[in-house]
Design a protein around this ligand. Structure first.
Ligand code: NZQ
Ligand code: ZN
Length: 390
């Protein structure tokens, strides 16, 4: 473990089929007014809304309705939600949904009492809320698996007018105080969303794994999580009601991006940067944007980090190293990744998400370039990767 790091994760998790029972106890810690934030209506159709509202009512809470959080939440919705929270002086924001709703709730939690433009300050300028900032506590009931938002400080907001989709990683004050994780709450997800989430998990792990060359415990943890995901996802696509598979995936998703496997790592995140830029221009599903650009990206950067890509082939995909060069192993590992992606059914081409040759320069301009992986991309290289992803 080279480098220095601080590890702290304050989110209390309640996991399993009976997890919602713990909401009653959690609610006792907060004042009477709860902003209930949710998406476009899936929780009303599948009954989760009624279950949560029953608990809130039994706890004597005043509910402030905050519906309509869209996938890839927008800056306009963030401003609306912040105004709602401030007007009603809410004591808790309870996000019931996937990454979009939880990310949005975190944004609202810092924006509500901030006397400035939260988008400019926290997202574009990446500022940290002041030490004495008033931040509303957030709780989460997770219904879509993939982002890890239930146990991290990440909050991704889209500004269509500016062609930007920016993630801010807030500190412990903004991370959910608690999260309810019932795998059965994800059973009603359409297959497209389910597998997009599976790829998002894999991508989070790869983004952290493909950096550094030292022997690091974080990489062994990431490999174990990737193997669990591959195994369980193969079962879940055949039978989405397979509780064992879906529960393993839910738990894997949380650990893939809850600040653990990044310890001691510089990390990469360029797949997410290109994917988010693609999302800013197309509003495509997050996990699918990552799927569409991953193979062109990794095939391009693998030569710069061959030992790790060779290890990936062996440790995650079980490729035999006998008689092979590192380059051959790396290639076989990425081929195995491709086979798995096709097996679970993710989008393999960004043209299916709305990317066109004409749009590529604008997407490249919206791509934030980090220097942290095995190779720092140039704008021309981003363009080539996008072109190959078509
Ligand atoms: O809006 P509703 O009607 O609820 O429908 C949602 C939405 O259309 C639906 N859904 C969710 N749970 C369901 C369900 N449908 C049926 N049954 C259920 N149980 O699924 C759709 C997608 O939901 P969404 O929350 O948008 O998906 P996801 O969890 O993938 O979140 C995506 C957002 O998270 C950001 C992404 O950029 C994107 O904006 N990310 C957040 C991260 C973080 N906080 O650390 C990291 C990620 O890399 C990611 O960037
Ligand atoms: Zn992601």
């Amino acid at each position: 473990m080279l480098g220095n790091f601080t590890y702290c994760n304050p989110t209390r998790l309640h996991f399993g089929q009976d997890a919602l029972q713990n909401l009653t106890e959690e609610l006792k810690k907060y004042g009477p007014t709860v902003q209930l934030s949710y998406g476009g209506g899936s929780i009303k159709r599948n009954g989760i809304y009624d279950k949560v509202v029953d608990v809130l009512r039994a706890a004597g809470k005043t509910i402030v309705e905050d519906a309509g959080v869209m996938p890839n939440p927008t800056v306009e919705k963030l401003r609306e939600g912040a105004a709602t929270a401030r007007t009603h002086n809410v004591d808790l924001i309870l996000a019931v949904g996937g990454g979009s709703t939880i990310d949005y709730a975190k944004g609202v939690s810092v924006a509500a009492w901030f006397d400035g433009d939260a988008w400019e300050t926290f997202y574009k300028q990446q500022a940290t809320p002041a030490p004495d900032a008033r931040i509303i506590p957030v709780g989460a009931v997770l219904t879509m698996v993939g982002t890890g938002s239930e146990m991290n400080g990440g909050s991704v907001i889209t500004n269509h007018a500016e062609g930007l989709k920016i993630g801010k990683v807030f500190d412990e004050r903004v991370m959910p105080r608690f999260a309810i994780l019932n795998p059965e709450f994800t059973f009603t997800l359409p297959k497209y969303q389910m597998v997009a989430g599976f790829f998002d998990i894999m991508s989070h792990l790869m983004e952290q794994y493909f950096s550094n060359a030292d022997d690091n415990t974080s990489d062994y943890i990431a490999e174990g999580l990737m193997r669990s995901l591959v195994s369980a996802s193969r079962r879940a696509v055949v039978n989405p009601q397979d509780y064992e598979a879906r529960s393993n995936i839910m738990w894997t998703a949380t650990w893939a991006l809850n600040t653990l496997v990044k310890c001691g790592k510089t990390q990469d995140w360029m797949v997410h940067m290109i994917g988010q830029a693609l999302g800013a221009h197309t509003d495509a599903t997050h996990g699918m944007t990552l799927a569409a650009v991953s193979l062109p990206y990794y095939r391009f950067v693998a030569p710069f980090g061959l030992p790790k890509f060779a290890r990936f082939a062996e440790a995650v995909w079980g490729v035999s190293a006998a008689g092979k060069t590192e380059a051959q192993l790396a290639e076989e590992g990425l081929n195995a990744l491709e086979t798995w992606m096709k097996e679970i059914g993710v989008v393999m081409h960004s043209s299916e998400l709305g990317l066109t040759e004409e749009l590529i320069p604008a997407v490249a301009d919206s791509t934030i370039i980090f220097p942290a992986g095995y190779h720092t991309l140039t704008r021309d290289e981003v363009i080539n990767i996008l072109r190959q992803s078509l």
